[in-house]
Design a binder for this molecule. Structure first.
Ligand SMILES: Nc1ncnc2c1ncn2[C@@H]1O[C@H](COP(=O)(O)OP(=O)(O)OP(=O)(O)O)[C@@H](O)[C@H]1O
Ligand SMILES: [Mg+2]
Length: 249
């Protein structure tokens, strides 16, 4: 089993959209996949199973009094299951900090899934917190969507420095460009000549496309309602590159 996370300290960069579409594509390719929505906003769960919400039993889960498998719900899609989030997840950080397992709490929660799933996808809230450290400890790769703009790149560099300083495994960070608008010269220039700090930058990039926003009204992953769209092809290329890079099979 491999575990990947979609993470960025910055909000609104396309983490959830990429996480949902990649999880769906992974399951469609035959991999048993579990999507764990770690964001109290719950958008990822909404796209995959709109009727479901989290159990609110976070404390019991962290304390080991509730088996994590009980939180899993099926989605309408074959081979794709979900652990939904809810507002209780806003206290996930605190709950983890109070718990004794240190930075391996999340890792320990995920490990039993190895028997049933080939892939776990974590959708993370936008913050650099205790949870982020847990996520780095629990994953084989951390995918970081970046809007090709100086501020977003600067935030990425800060995150990378933080991860490196803390010894969390900066070599598992894989940035990719998201919300790319080729009409903007800034985007074109950064794409053509990415800064040296963007090590392991994935080739695949996600264009800015209104159809991605429609995932919200439809409450569906993009490949379900727009299988041939250019943006869907971009997510397909992204998923394929992630699968090859992280050796997910
Ligand atoms: N490629 C895209 N083109 C156009 N709109 C997009 C694209 N990707 C995401 N969006 C829209 O931008 C908004 C933020 O996207 P998303 O929720 O995926 O980002 P996020 O990084 O998970 O945000 P948050 O930090 O709030 O969790 C959403 O309204 C989404 O529909
Ligand atoms: Mg999100």
């Amino acid at each position: 089993m491999k575990t990947i996370a979609f993470y960025n300290l910055k909000g609104g960069v396309g983490k959830t959209s990429a996480a949902v579409n990649c999880a769906w594509l992974a399951a469609a390719s035959g991999l048993r996949t579990l999507f764990w929505d770690l964001d109290p906003q719950g958008a990822g769960g909404w796209y995959l199973a709109p009727g479901e919400s989290g159990s609110g039993k976070l404390k019991k889960l962290i304390q080991g009094k509730l088996p994590v498998g009980r939180l899993v719900t099926a989605t309408a899609y074959e081979k794709l299951d979900l652990i939904p989030s809810d507002l209780a997840y806003r206290d996930l950080d605190l709950a983890i900090r109070r718990h004794a397992d240190g930075d391996r709490t999340l890792s320990k929660l995920i490990s039993p899934f190895g028997e049933e799933y080939s892939l776990v996808v974590l959708d993370c809230p936008p913050s650099l917190s205790e949870l982020a450290e847990q996520v780095f400890a629990a994953t084989d790769a951390v995918l970081v969507p970046l809007i090709p703009a100086p501020l977003c790149l600067r935030t990425y560099e800060q995150t990378r420095a933080f991860v490196k300083d803390k010894g969390l495994g900066h070599k598992r960070l894989y940035p990719f460009f998201s919300l790319v608008d080729r009409r903007r010269s800034l985007h074109r220039n950064l794409r053509a000549d990415p800064p040296a700090s963007l090590k392991r930058l994935l080739k695949a990039e996600i264009p800015y496309a209104a159809v991605v926003e429609r995932m919200g009204d439809r409450a569906l992953p993009l490949p379900v309602f727009a299988p041939n769209d250019r943006a869907t092809q971009a997510y397909r290329a992204l998923w394929q590159e992630i699968a090859e890079t992280v050796h997910i099979s």
